[in-house]
Write a protein that binds this ligand. Structure first.
Ligand SMILES: Cc1cc2nc3c(=O)[nH]c(=O)nc-3n(C[C@H](O)[C@H](O)[C@H](O)COP(=O)(O)OP(=O)(O)OC[C@H]3O[C@@H](n4cnc5c(N)ncnc54)[C@H](O)[C@@H]3O)c2cc1C
Ligand SMILES: Cc1cc2nc3c(=O)[nH]c(=O)nc-3n(C[C@H](O)[C@H](O)[C@H](O)COP(=O)(O)O)c2cc1C
Length: 581
């Protein structure tokens, strides 16, 4: 945000004060402020130019459809609804999980906010409706006005793929695009807020939205629930793998000086990492900028120095004019070259004299990483626990380290401090106390289930709890082993099924245990149990679902189609819940 200039009609201290408030404000907070001041002006009769538009007598309906996994699109949908309401529209927010695709044909105005997950996939809850929208039975959408906002991450090959596909599909079905799609990277707040303003303006009835300021109302309950970054002290930092394991999974207990975020079991924390100074030094050396201490500090604290995307390659080519990089892009080989590489590979392979501004231009802001909360506040009042697996691998002959996970594993210690922010997940909640739950959480996927079991114990919930856990080896990788065994004894767990993939010649995974236990499992589900899956989205999430479909087919003698529908029914009833990443 540009600072308020010294020439503004305020005293110096007032300008400083305003900068302190407005500087860190989010785009929507600024929009609210603009709307508020314009409203004050209008009521006091000083000016009419900035008056927010008065809502028309009868508001026009607007459907806001969102496809979200970790809540960003959902939050933007709710932001958009508030602004739309103030501008002559009557918004209804629809989760794609609940969408009846046939109803889209009767919509007049449609806004879609869609995230891309996996490797270009829709968010898990949106898979069914997304498939139907792409299928032959999708309705014609002639007469529908629409706009699409796509959320994604330029680090992925299929950047904003789902938003792009939906945008093209709506047009192909006859709908009329009224605002061009915007594809947002991880720092989506500003482009999303701009796009929301334009979309509302384009879709609002003519008599509304004519003011120069879009009116924003944050006064409603719930809107202010957006959480703040808080600092926590690390009170426990323990590697749960044995010293002979080839993995390192840190149990991190955070304490909040009496101000723990109001989290629920199923929520996550966004963790704000710093880059490894050694990696920053290597990058600066490759760039010939080793002497720049200010740049070094900036890169450590706030720039993503690892991600290499098509966008960063294009920026590098543009800024430096490097012929080989330009050729790589022109020949259509850039995507393949990026695979497994990072920014340092680009600079080391295609060296050129770089300035600090070049480096700033090819890096984006360092984004926080999400970690499921592994504790219940009912048991650990002022604490939140995380379970973090250190990411380390080798590619193109270079050892690589995950930014946040190795920041935690290698550079944070007990007594240190850490910045986090609550990331609520209202779609991954415990059911009523008398309902049974089945939890499938291999590796770090077990984290939220530790919170679930603690919560159910603390509330003396009557429902039964069944955990499927897996990892590599029983002896070295059984995360929270003693706690689970204790829970089996005290009734916190009714069943514990374990799958250690490397303890025998053939690999055994949680989905194999699900298959073995299919009869009891289907009986629990028939009795109303809730089924939860957390952890790896690439293979595990899909394999577990497929195993459950096969289980239904076999236990109930159903055809494949009918078994699939049985699982779809669980999803529709919100009894099959996933939190995969
Ligand atoms: C809602 C949610 C909850 C989560 N909960 C947890 C949790 O409880 N515990 C947990 O540990 N993690 C969890 N994660 C994942 C976590 O957010 C981070 O993505 C993870 O820790 C890696 O972050 P990093 O900064 O260490 O790695 P980054 O610096 O982000 O690097 C990761 C990237 O490195 C690349 N990479 C990784 N391994 C390889 C390989 N073998 N070969 C080639 N490339 C590779 C991939 O491009 C990958 O995207 C969760 C994610 C989400 C979205
Ligand atoms: C495991 C994982 C996979 C992702 N895959 C993609 C992808 O293939 N393409 C993309 O553009 N973004 C991808 N993203 C980025 C998300 O789309 C982005 O974080 C978005 O803001 C999430 O929005 P949501 O909170 O509404 O789900 C991925 C993110 C994660 C954590």
């Amino acid at each position: 945000m540009t600072a308020i200039p010294k020439t503004a009609p305020f005293e110096d201290e007032e300008i400083e004060l305003l900068n302190r408030v407005v500087g860190p404000a989010t785009p929507l907070q600024r929009a609210w402020l603009a709307g508020f001041l314009a409203g004050v002006e209008a009521t006091e009769g000083h000016s009419s130019a900035l008056a927010p538009a008065a809502p028309p007598a009868a508001a026009e309906p607007l459907t806001i459809l969102f496809a979200s996994e970790s809540g960003n699109s959902e939050r933007l949908a709710s932001d958009l609804a508030k602004i739309a309401r103030k501008n002559g529209l009557k918004p209804s927010i629809v989760d794609m999980a609940d969408l009846d695709v046939a109803t889209l044909g009767s919509t007049k105005r449609l806004v879609v906010i869609a995230a891309t997950w996996g490797e270009g996939d829709p968010p898990a809850r949106a898979v069914r409706a997304y498939g139907e929208l792409m299928g032959d039975a999708a309705p014609r959408l002639d007469g529908v006005e629409f706009a699409v906002l796509a959320l994604g991450d330029t680090a992925y090959a299929d950047f904003c793929g789902v938003g792009k596909t939906i945008d093209a599909r709506l047009e192909a079905l006859g709908a009329k695009r009224v605002v061009d799609r915007v594809d947002c990277d991880l720092d989506f707040e500003t482009p999303a807020a701009d796009w929301i303003g334009r979309a509302v303006k384009a879709l609002a009835p003519p008599e509304a939205g004519r003011g120069t300021v879009i009116a924003v109302d944050f006064g409603k309950p719930g809107a202010a629930a957006r959480s703040e970054i808080v600092e926590a002290e690390i009170v426990e930092h323990v590697d749960l793998n044995s010293s002979r394991s080839d993995k390192e999974t840190i149990h991190l207990a955070l304490s909040f000086d009496g101000a723990a975020p109001a989290y629920e079991p199923g929520d996550a924390l966004d963790l704000y990492p710093e880059n490894d100074p050694a990696e920053v030094d290597a990058l600066l050396a490759a760039a010939g900028l080793s002497g720049d201490a200010a740049l070094r500090a900036e890169l450590i604290a706030s720039r993503d120095i690892a991600t290499l995307s098509l966008k960063s390659l294009e920026t590098y080519a543009e800024q430096t004019g490097h012929q080989y990089v330009k050729k790589l892009i022109a020949d259509g080989e850039a995507r393949a070259w990026i695979e497994g590489r990072q920014l340092i590979d680009l600079i080391a392979t295609f060296p050129v004299v770089l300035t600090a501004d070049h480096l700033r231009a090819v890096t984006r802001a360092l984004a926080p990483r999400a970690y499921s909360i592994a504790s219940s506040r009912r048991e650990f009042d002022d604490e939140a626990h995380l379970l973090i697996s250190a990411v380390r691998y080798t590619s193109h002959g270079r050892d690589r380290k995950g930014v946040a996970s190795t920041y935690v594993a290698e550079r944070l210690k007990k007594g240190g401090r850490l910045r986090v922010k609550l990331r609520p997940n209202k779609h991954f909640r415990l059911p009523a106390a008398d309902k049974d739950i089945i939890m499938v959480g291999p590796g770090t996927g077990v984290a939220p289930f530790r919170a679930f079991v603690q919560e159910r114990r603390a509330t003396q919930a009557k429902g039964r709890n069944w955990l499927f856990f897996g990892d590599r080896q029983f002896t070295h990788d059984f995360l929270y082993q003693l706690e689970w065994q204790e829970a089996l004894k005290d009734g916190g767990l009714t069943h514990l099924d374990l799958a250690f993939s490397r303890d025998q010649p053939e690999k055994i995974y949680v989905q194999d245990r699900i298959w073995q236990r299919r009869r009891d499992l289907v009986a629990w589900l028939d009795g109303g149990a809730f089924f939860y899956v957390c952890g790896d989205a690439k293979a595990m999430g899909k394999d577990v679902r497929a195993a459950l479909v096969r289980a239904y087919a076999e236990v109930k003698s159903l055809a494949a189609d009918a078994a699939e529908q049985a699982v779809v029914a669980l999803e529709r009833e919100h009894r099959y819940l996933t939190d995969t990443y």
